[in-house]
Design a protein around this ligand. Structure first.
Ligand code: FES
Ligand code: FES
Length: 158
């Protein structure tokens, strides 16, 4: 036993059980226990968005989320790879990535916005201003965001 708690999660459609401490963060469970290294532990304090994953239908910062408090299914960038294929292709075509460190978090956040648009639950990416506002919590040091925004706006919703 790692820290006194047994936590049951559903991650990318699979039920998993992990021993954690009460303070163990979701990003640590994903990366260190489950080998899902797409979500990055970059700033570790909620500033950069590199650790973004979906919990239920919401994008959350896995560095600020306690694993023991997660009650809904988790989807990581690995888990949405197939359904985000158009988005990923658009990132590549539009130069939405360079070093790629921020890219998993950006893909997850963009995917959340596209899903919201498809379900009618949210405004979706809308125009460029709305897309920029939606991505304001995801920092990228390389791209200047132009390719990211273009990729998001040209990805078709289903
Ligand atoms: S690593 Fe979570 S916001 Fe930066
Ligand atoms: S592509 Fe390098 S930080 Fe975004």
């Amino acid at each position: 036993m790692d820290g006194g708690l047994v936590v049951r999660l559903v991650v990318n459609g699979e039920a998993v059980e992990v021993d954690v401490a009460p303070t163990t963060r979701l990003v640590d469970v994903l990366r260190d226990r489950l080998g899902l290294t797409g979500a990055k532990d970059a700033c570790g304090r909620g500033d950069c968005g590199a650790c973004t994953v979906l919990v239920g239908d919401r994008a959350v910062l896995a560095c600020l989320t306690l694993a023991a408090r997660v009650a809904e299914p988790v989807r990581t960038v690995e888990g949405i790879a197939a359904e985000a294929a158009d988005l990923r292709r658009a990132f590549a075509d539009r130069g939405g990535l360079q070093c790629g460190y921020c890219t998993p978090g950006l893909i997850v956040r963009c995917h959340e916005m596209l899903e919201a648009a498809e379900s009618g639950a949210g405004a979706g990416p809308g125009g460029e201003a709305a897309a920029r506002a939606g991505l304001s919590g995801n920092f990228c040091r390389c791209t200047g965001y132009r390719g990211v925004i273009a990729a998001l706006l040209e990805t078709p919703t289903r």
